[in-house]
Design a protein around this ligand. Structure first.
Ligand code: GLN
Length: 238
């Protein structure tokens, strides 16, 4: 029997702009290439939160998608918080990144409570942030992606930025921070989707998940040729 990790994809029907679901596919493929199996579960509004999840992934969405799923996300806030505190690796992009903070004001002024796993708040920015973005991180090198968000996010003291913006706007276009991290939970504005273009970041999430489940693991090196092409093509378009 192959060793299996369970990946939970949060609200993929509502929260999947710019192919963010590709992040789940990358995690699955990079596990399979190393001889593991991935059991991908999807959480839709009204469903029970699965137990025993190894990785949690969520994407971006329009304001109306965020409004639609927010009550259901709030319903799961205690369980998701417990999983995050326990060190379950989580990756939240854009719309769900914002909702993992304390609160979010969408463009029409509606204020939504978030689930407060990440210490941050989001308000409408004077200008939408759109375009290619790169951010320098201390552990994962340069992350590259594409951002498109109306919200400006401000981090509180409990959230560390995921990186420093090298090109683009990031959290708010002012303090040069991009994304946030706490425990093994990572939030970011980077679409692309993110993980195909940043395979070392995908491998970090995989390594944490495998080590929590199985103890020490060897992660076979994989060729990054295709990913390097994807990174380069994004930079050319900047
Ligand atoms: N609706 C949110 C914003 O514009 C999130 C957008 C997204 O997830 N791409 O800020």
């Amino acid at each position: 029997m192959k060793r299996t990790l369970t990946i939970l994809s949060l609200y993929p029907s509502q929260m999947n702009v710019y192919g963010d679901r590709g992040n789940v596919l990358v995690l699955r493929r990079r596990l399979e290439w190393r001889g593991y199996r991935a059991n991908v579960l999807e959480l839709d509004p009204g469903e029970t939160l699965p137990r025993d999840v190894d990785l949690v992934v969520g994407g971006g969405g329009q304001d109306r998608g965020q409004v639609a799923i927010q009550p259901d996300l709030l319903r799961h806030r205690h369980d998701l918080r417990a999983m995050a505190e326990d060190g379950t690796p989580m990756l939240l992009v854009c719309g769900l990144y914002q909702l993992f903070g304390h609160s979010l004001q969408v463009t029409d002024g509606t204020r939504l409570a978030g689930i407060g796993i990440l210490d941050l708040e989001t308000q409408p920015a004077p200008q939408r942030s759109i375009g290619n973005i790169s951010a320098e991180t201390s552990n994962f090198g340069t992350l590259v992606g594409y951002e498109n968000h109306a919200g400006a996010t401000t981090l509180g003291p409990e959230a560390q930025p995921l990186g420093t913006v090298a090109a683009g706007q990031g959290n708010n276009g002012i303090d040069r921070t991009e994304g946030a991290r706490r425990w093994a939970t990572f939030g970011t504005y980077l679409h692309g989707p993110l993980l195909p273009r940043n395979p070392f970041f995908a491998d970090h999430l995989i390594r944490v998940a495998l080590e929590r489940r199985f103890g020490q693991v060897e992660l076979a090196d994989l060729s990054h040729a295709a990913e390097q092409l994807a990174r380069a093509s994004g930079s050319r378009r900047r």
